[in-house]
Write a protein that binds this ligand. Sequence first.
Ligand code: GAL
Length: 376
Amino acid sequence: MKFLFSVVAACCVLFSFCLNENDSFIPGKPWKDTDGIHINAHGGGIVFMDGVYYWYGEHKTAGRGGNTAQEGVRCYSSKDLYNWKNEGIVLKVEKNPDSEITKGCIIERPKVIFNKKTRKYVMWFHLELKNQGYEAARAAVAISNTPKGPFKYIKSIRPNKGVWPINFDAKFKLAPANEEELKSWTPEWMTAVKNGMLVRRDFDMGQMSRDMTVYVDDDDKAYLIYSSEDNLTLHIAELSDDYLSFTGKWTRMEPAGHNEAPAIFKKDGIYYMITSGCTGWDPNAARSFRSKSIWGPWKSLGNPCIGKGASLTFHSQSTFILQVQGEKDQFIFMADRWKPDKPIDGTYVWLPIKFNKEKPVLKWYDKWDLDVFRKK
Ligand code: GAL
């Protein structure tokens, strides 16, 4: 009997080996999809629907300009989080040179959420218009009836044009006389940024929106969280009921704190955010925050990473935090290890989030699987 059991077990292992199935996460290494091709979904986010996870990310290419959008947003599907099937490009760049998402624009960090009322899948992403570098700093939205697309591009915007954030001190609505003469990066200039100098600068045209994520709360309200004010301050803005525009309720987080790459989750009624500093494609030390309300105040908890590689987030930058469905308190930190010289080769660093009292903790694993959450 025991012998028979061993034979069956050996056959199963052999079978899954032949099928090339993954049974673990191997952070930072090439990750093959079910066709044996390295997954191409960078700066990604995940939505879960009817037993299936859908992973959306930037399709990157190999050559120069590989970080610009040559194809669009790619989607993969999976039931177990280890094995991903390529579902193709679900938001396509357009040939029309007048389109905001014409081939060669920049599409970054696409995130999809499902709207229960409209039954639509809504994709938000960071859009930069073609040949304008990172100047446009716009939040863009697309919509689909199914998770596998096709997503229809709707519009891009600079959020919260003509609206002050909540809790914004009335005395900061008017610029002090000498403000424009301040030299960048001096302590006085930093204080002016904290006091809303750049909010005032962009008040009439709308606030900048670069690195971003979206978050749907337990009450189905959704928020766009984005690096604004020249990447110096994060903004959190409430989305309308259909998730396609803004309600005008928004706040600033960590003014002049220089945070990018926001990723958020909620555990036991507390919101946690993990971000990075601003060093372009190069990694830096992650930061973490907690708050009882999405509107803050956010308390800084420092670098969530521990051990070797902690000071560079294990050579990666946050993009999303995924809650494992059907399990309590199983959160996966998703990050990108960028390869600016050959963007298509960028890899993914997924790590389990553990807790030390009120602090999220990330430590490196060469290889891990979901059983890690069951071990103390
Ligand atoms: C990073 C950002 C990426 C991309 C890159 C461009 O800091 O997180 O999404 O915008 O800069 O240099």
